[in-house]
Structures are given as structure tokens and as C-alpha cells.
Design a protein around this ligand. Sequence first.
Ligand code: ITT
Length: 218
Amino acid sequence: MRFFIGTTNPGKVREIGSILSATGCSFERTEPVDPEETEEDFEGNALLKARAYAARAGGVTISEDSGLIIPALGGLPGAWSARFSDCELDAGAGRVVGHRRSDRPREEMDRANNERVLELLAGVELPRRAAMFIVVLAVATPDGEILFKGTGESHGWIADAARGANGFGYDPIFVGQDTFGKTYAELDSMRKNLRSHRMRVLKDFKAWLGRYLREHRP
Ligand code: ITT
């Protein structure tokens, strides 16, 4: 069976592709549709993206919405994770009050997002540096039916400074609960994939896929 992966983020494609490589299905990247993420939560945006990409690709499509949640920042960056450094925050820095698209290249945006989180947490000690990644993954058909929906989390905290060159996004500042003080960007891809939020949701996806393929075998 052939699936499309609907995202503009090459880091997600790499991880989804490598975690699913042994399933016997093929996973093809779609055009970067990049629909506006108008919903307020990860689930709403994951469903919106899966439907928009599936309609464009004309085949069953996997999309996901993910981000970083920091309780000490009132849950931010949250649904604003991808564009956090373009956001205007209120004085308490726990709420987004405005947003202006800068359309900077992804690497520049990721770096600015990480710097902003580090600045907001300057002087904050553990355990208030606790953080978690969350992902909601959805599989949609071109006519908008949702075949699968699942959630994954990974827990840890925000490092004092960015470290490491692997991974993408917030990986240089996120230390996992079981990574012996290393950031996700200091782990090789296999070690990150073993414990990431994406791995957790893709495990449920693989179980669903097995059932789906058995039921739809020609
Ligand atoms: P698409 O919407 O096109 O899929 P995106 O990068 O805009 O790509 P999201 O809106 O889902 O994706 O935003 C996710 C944000 O969270 C973005 O800043 C990512 O870099 C970050 N993120 C998600 N998973 C991550 C991971 O495993 N490691 C580090 N950062 C991650």
C-alpha cells in the first residue's frame, strides 16, 4: 500500500520514513500544501492538515501536528511552536497576543524559536524547566474520512543552552528523561527515534496499519 506524508518539514519526513521503513508500505512525500493552521489545538490542526494534504495528493495521507509544551510558560510554545519567535507575548510571557509571519528559512526560524525559549527561561531552575513534546498524527482519505488518529508524548526538560547538531526544531534544547543529560540533538537518529513522541504514536499507527491491511487485503 502507498501512503503520502503531508508536511513541509523535512525533519518529520526523515523520522516518519525511518520509523516506518520496515512496514513494506511505501511512503511518498506530497507537495508542500502548508494549509493555514486555524485550529487552537494539536488534534484540530492534525486533522485539518491530513484532510488538506490527502485532497491534494489524491491518496491516503499521514499528517501530524506537533510541538513543545512548557508548563512554566503557561503551556507555550504549544500550538505556536513552529512560529514561536514570530509571536508577540503578553507581559507575563504566558500568552500569545499577536503574530506576524516573518517567512524566514526553517533553520533560522528554529534557531530563533530555541533562543526565545532559552531567554524566557533564563534564571528558571529545575524542576520548573520541565517540558514535553506532543504529537497528534492523523491519516485521512481524499474525501476527508479520518482512518486513524493517535497521540504521542515525550517528557524531559529545557537545557541551559542549545547543544548538538542532529535532529531538528527544538531538539538542541530538549533533554529527555532518559538521555543522561544529553539533548535530543546530541543523540544519533536511532536513539532519538527509540524514545520520541513520534515513535510512540507511530507504534500505535503500525498496529492499526497491520489490522487495516488484513481487513483490506485483495
Ligand atoms: P508541517 O505543519 O508542514 O507538518 P511544521 O514544522 O510547521 O511542519 P508543526 O506546525 O507541527 O510543523 O510544528 C511543529 C513544531 O514543533 C516545529 O517548530 C518543530 O520544529 C517542532 N517539533 C516537532 N517535533 C519535534 C521534534 O521531534 N524535535 C524537535 N522539534 C520538534
